[in-house]
Design a protein around this ligand. Structure first.
Ligand code: SAH
Length: 504
């Protein structure tokens, strides 16, 4: 990346994954990112934490003065030797004033580069199942804007030519201009029965498509209260949508789901949900931290005679245990000769990833499951060590004792309430969630406490919880909450599957 350069980067139409490789690479390297209203906030999380992020507002109030201020800002930052990314929705050179910004940079003799993006004019119809050209139906398309420069006298759009000479017309617009656009096309010779579609928030999980004809679309869009951003597609190709609406057919399409897992683990879960079309919000309700008595822990490990069985009750356990051992100047060889038990498949996978063999995983992924799966003769007279969270339940320890084991339960990490949990709760819940996912009892407890202290105990009772398993579910119910979905098996995949099944 050259310093003192401005990169005009297309962010794509909404789905943050539609940015180009070049665009993403520049975002990571930028000192300054100047971004627009329609840019996905998710993209900004890829920026360096040191980058200065400058929001330059809504397209709709981009007056000439405002645009000049942006041009000046870009020049100023570049002259200060910064790597500047000017991040724009869709493609920077399609109705994005990218050309004006490039001209101003050229005039000021600032180095610049243009990184094209997926324009909403083509990408949004694609996500609605509409190819802008199609053999036999459309061999040309035009892209026009419905919100022309209001200072312009008359119209710069040659409606008379456009209405009939182009097979598909895509209109990026202010939604309020829809009646004018439809009327112009009809007045200039386009059939009133031409099929059309209006697509709101295209490529995002909240994408909505309204279809009709040139004559009916205005009324239909109004009835559906279509809001910006939206585009209009006019032409026979819109009919293909009936067969091709791949995005809107996804199993969790349009569902709003809250993920409350710890942030380091939320991503793969969120990814799975998004791949199925869900709109995912993340509110980490737990954070993991070291136990308070680390000194004692070290002693316990060095002092405790080597156990016959070591049980891990979560995928995080092995990592924390390795840390504890390191602090005691030891390593995982400490486990040599021990049988290893894991509470579930993910816990087992985390252990095996470190090259250790797991001897036992129960059929039912819970402390009760472990007890059910191991016969008394395997345990009687043996020494067992349980490595768990500070808040972990006592079921396994007691059960093992009942089966003749000498048991030590050793908390190696604890769950904390993230500081950010209390803030922004009310705004987050303003739009209802189809599912609030909870993946541990601590998640539930923290969420409950945060809502209750915020005076929102009632809200907790109205939520639709999707729970990872029976223990988490009873924690929801203990506070009067409603579990609508419970995973079986108790894994993230199980939880995703359970929601999909519930919707069917
Ligand atoms: N440079 C952009 C267009 C900027 S003009 C591009 O190439 O896509 C802004 C207009 O684009 C909005 O008014 C709307 O009509 C359209 N638009 C942008 N993103 C959209 C989306 N996700 N869904 C529907 N329309 C969108």
């Amino acid at each position: 990346m050259r310093r003192g350069t401005v990169y005009l980067v297309g962010a794509g139409p909404g789905d943050p994954k539609l940015i180009t490789v070049r665009g993403q690479e520049l975002l990571r390297a930028a000192d300054v990112v100047v971004y627009d209203h329609l840019v996905s906030p998710r993209l900004l999380t890829a920026c360096s934490p040191h980058a200065k992020l400058v929001y330059v507002g809504k397209e709709a109030d981009r007056h000439a003065a405002r645009q000049q201020a942006i041009n000046r800002l870009l020049v100023r930052e570049a002259r200060a030797d910064k790597t500047v990314v000017r991040l724009k929705g869709g493609d920077p050179f399609v109705f994005g004033r990218g050309g004006e910004e490039a001209l101003s940079l050229a005039r000021a003799k600032i180095a610049y580069e243009v990184v094209p993006g997926v324009t909403s004019a083509i990408g949004v119809p694609a996500y609605a199942g509409i190819p802008v050209t199609h053999r036999g139906l459309s061999s040309s398309f035009a892209v026009i804007t419905g919100h022309e420069d209001p200072t312009k006298e008359g119209s710069a759009i040659k409606w008379a030519h456009l209405a009939t000479s182009c097979d598909t017309v895509v209109c990026l617009m202010g939604v309020g201009r829809l009646p004018m656009i439809a009327a112009q096309l009809i007045r200039h010779g386009r059939r009133g029965s031409t099929p059309c579609a209006v697509i709101e928030w295209g490529t995002a999980p909240r994408q909505r498509t309204v279809t009709g004809t040139l004559r009916t679309i205005t009324g239909l869009a109004k009835r559906a209260t279509v809001q910006p951003p939206a585009i209009l597609v006019v032409g026979d190709v819109t009919r293909l949508r009936r067969q091709l609406k791949w995005f809107e057919r996804r199993l969790l399409f349009g569902k709003r789901i809250l993920v409350t897992r710890a942030s380091d683990k939320a991503d793969t879960f969120a990814d799975q949900l998004e791949t199925l079309g869900a709109e995912v919000e993340q509110l980490p309700a737990i954070e993991l931290g070291p136990v308070r008595q680390n000194g004692l822990l070290r002693e316990a490990i060095t002092g405790f005679p080597r156990p016959d069985w070591v049980f891990f009750t979560s995928p995080e356990g092995i990592g924390w245990f390795a840390r504890v051992l390191r602090a005691a100047r030891q390593d995982l060889r400490w486990l040599s000769g021990c049988h290893i038990g894991a509470i579930g498949s993910k816990t087992a996978a985390a252990i095996e990833e470190r090259g250790l063999h797991v001897d036992f995983v129960p059929k039912q992924f819970s402390q009760e499951g472990v007890l059910e799966g191991l016969p008394r003769r395997v345990l009687n007279g043996k020494r067992a060590l349980i490595l768990c969270a500070e808040e972990s339940r006592d079921v396994l320890a007691q059960g093992l004792r009942g089966r003749g084991c000498e048991v030590k339960k050793l908390p190696i990490y604890r769950t904390l309430v993230p500081r950010a949990l209390a803030t922004g709760l009310t705004t987050l819940f303003k739009r209802p969630f189809d599912y609030v996912t909870v993946t541990s009892a601590s998640c539930v407890e923290h969420l409950w406490t945060a809502l209750r202290t915020g005076g929102e105990a009632d809200l907790f009772r109205r939520l639709r919880f999707a729970s990872i398993g029976p223990v988490t579910s009873s924690s929801v119910r203990a506070h009067g909450g409603r579990v609508v979905v419970e995973a079986n098996p108790s894994t993230i995949e199980g939880l995703v599957h359970a929601m999909v099944k519930h919707l069917r």
